[in-house]
Design a binder for this molecule. Sequence first.
Ligand code: UDP
Length: 238
Amino acid sequence: SLKKYIPKRVLLKISGEALLGKGMYGVDPEIANAIAQDIANVVNSGIEVCLVIGGGNIFRGMTAASKGMDRVQGDYAGMLATVINAIVMNNVLKQYDVESHVMTAIAMPQVAETYIRDKAMHLMDKGHVVIFAAGTGNPYFTTDTAAALRAIEMECDLMLKGTQVDGVYDSDPKKNPDAKRYDVLTYTEALIKGLNVMDATALSLARDNRLPTVVFDVHEKGNFSRVLNNDGVFTKVV
Ligand code: UDP
């Protein structure tokens, strides 16, 4: 029989918007709980998990800059937004008895541990969840790039991008009823066609370091573990 390949260590990236739910701002507790439950199930199955959470539900530097704000200051506001989401998710995970930690790319010692690669590695080796917050710590980057970077640093087998859609399409499925979903896609193809997967920095970083990414719908209950078992609907980018 065909033996299924199950990864040993993965990074799950959740966009800020995915946490928004029906709310106008912040984090929807129902969604946070559902995602935490899924993460707990995967962790309990013996897969090592780390997380990067976006901040788009609270603040985006580029959006603010388009309305006249200084881009760099806006990006700092965006990075701080990711810390808010990380603290919330860390707390919800603890309610599911997951050992989890927040590490920030910008030092804020009263709030969370500062990111140190070896320390994070050690925690992951022990099976703990590490939530990487404040993106890369640099303006002009995104949390998708932070996710690719941390996944590579943590030697993850796979990055999973949890979104509101069930994969990558050749055009916007909300606007075009004939839009086709890719099962498999290459990073180079995504870059050339300008497909809505991740920004170019994240795509090229993942490509150059041979980190595959799975794009899936994080709101579908149980999907995180389903996708890791190669079931369900998703797009794999290689
Ligand atoms: N950001 C940044 N550097 C990083 C990561 C994030 O400056 O390394 C800022 C940027 O302004 C971004 C915001 O933080 O818009 C929130 O992150 P992102 O837009 O990636 O969140 P998501 O879309 O995943 O919710």
